[in-house]
Design a protein around this ligand. Structure first.
Ligand SMILES: Nc1ncnc2c1ncn2[C@@H]1O[C@H](COP(=O)(O)OP(=O)(O)OP(=O)(O)O)[C@@H](O)[C@H]1O
Length: 299
């Protein structure tokens, strides 16, 4: 749905994007993460056709997006710095967007407003708190009934209840209408509940792009105990971390989870448990040794 190839962009000689390549599949939720200044917002501005790459290409639905109004109509974009007309209330903004976007769904807007009771629809949006402005932008974007939703830090500055609300609405849109979502965030913990794919950016490049399923099946955390002699685990599986407490060994093992489990079961343990790993842990263990300072990138 969205394919970027070797995208480069420099600002006054500074390479904000340095051969960034990525692929967002139709109907998926793609989380873009990375440290401050990694290039996430710049990449997003290319995807939404605001910027033209110096070199490389970005195709959305098979077409070049820059200055392409037909493609841009399919995209709803919430930037990190949201624009509202000076005097406009939320309802005024709704009327404005309803006039521009032919798919704008007023019934959906009304329904969604019910889920954000703290929003005063008659108040000037620019007078609202930052969090409320974010909520307003989100309501408007979803009501456009876009094929693609591009969200730059959509829940940044929102309270936990609103964060959850927004993620729920997003997931509902994806499941019901097959909307493709690209979302940037600093929060891997939140992304792991909603994303199918994760792209990590650093210094203008997308350094890692993996599906969540692929990641979750690639590293396992196992607690295992033996009655007598403890085997040399390294002979059977690829252990990247090993700690012991009493008789219980906790192993982090790289490789296909099922194969790992079978191999360790073959060693006849008296206890063996597979424990869940967080996405943060998976990235750290999965990428350890690939010359990335993953901890520095993610936290
Ligand atoms: N219009 C611009 N002019 C000059 N430099 C820019 C411009 N836009 C971005 N940059 C630079 O490009 C780099 C990437 O910025 P960008 O905003 O894309 O990062 P980011 O990953 O979104 O960061 P954050 O997480 O802090 O929002 C930064 O060093 C920034 O200063």
């Amino acid at each position: 749905m969205i394919v970027g190839k070797d995208v480069c962009k420099s600002f006054e000689g500074f390479k904000a994007l340095d051969n960034a390549s990525f692929h967002v599949r139709k109907g998926s939720v793609y989380g873009l993460v990375g440290p401050n200044g990694a290039g996430k917002s710049t990449l997003i501005r290319h995807i939404t056709g605001v910027f033209e790459p110096d070199s490389g290409s970005i195709n959305v639905a098979g077409e070049n997006v820059f200055e392409n109004s037909v493609i841009k109509e399919k995209i709803a974009y919430i930037p990190d710095d949201i624009f509202y007309f000076k005097q406009a209330s939320l309802d005024d903004m709704m009327k404005y967007y309803a006039g521009i976007y032919k798919n704008f769904d007023r019934d959906l807007y009304e329904k969604l407003c019910g889920g954000f009771p703290a929003l005063d629809r008659k108040m000037r949006v620019r007078r609202m708190s930052k969090g409320m402005q974010k909520q307003s932008a989100f309501l408007l974007a979803v009501s456009m009934r876009p094929e693609i939703l591009v969200l730059d830090e959509p829940v940044d500055g929102l309270d936990p209840v609103m964060r959850k609300q927004i993620w729920n609405i997003l997931l509902n849109e994806v499941t019901k209408y097959g909307v493709t979502v690209l979302v940037s965030s600093h929060n891997l913990r939140e992304l792991e509940d909603v994303c199918d794919y994760v792209g990590i950016m650093n210094k203008g490049k997308v350094i890692i792009e993996r599906s969540l399923a692929e990641l979750q099946g690639s590293v396992s955390k196992i607690q295992i105990a033996f009655a007598d002699e403890v085997p040399d685990f390294g002979k059977y599986v690829n252990v990247v971390n090993h700690s012991v407490m009493g008789k219980v060994h906790t192993l982090i093992v790289k490789g296909d989870s099922e194969t790992v489990e079978d191999k360790l079961m073959g060693l006849n343990p008296i206890l063996m448990d597979l424990l869940p790993l967080t996405l943060e842990e998976i990235f750290i263990y999965e990428l350890g040794g690939e010359n990335y300072e993953v901890k520095d990138i993610l936290f």
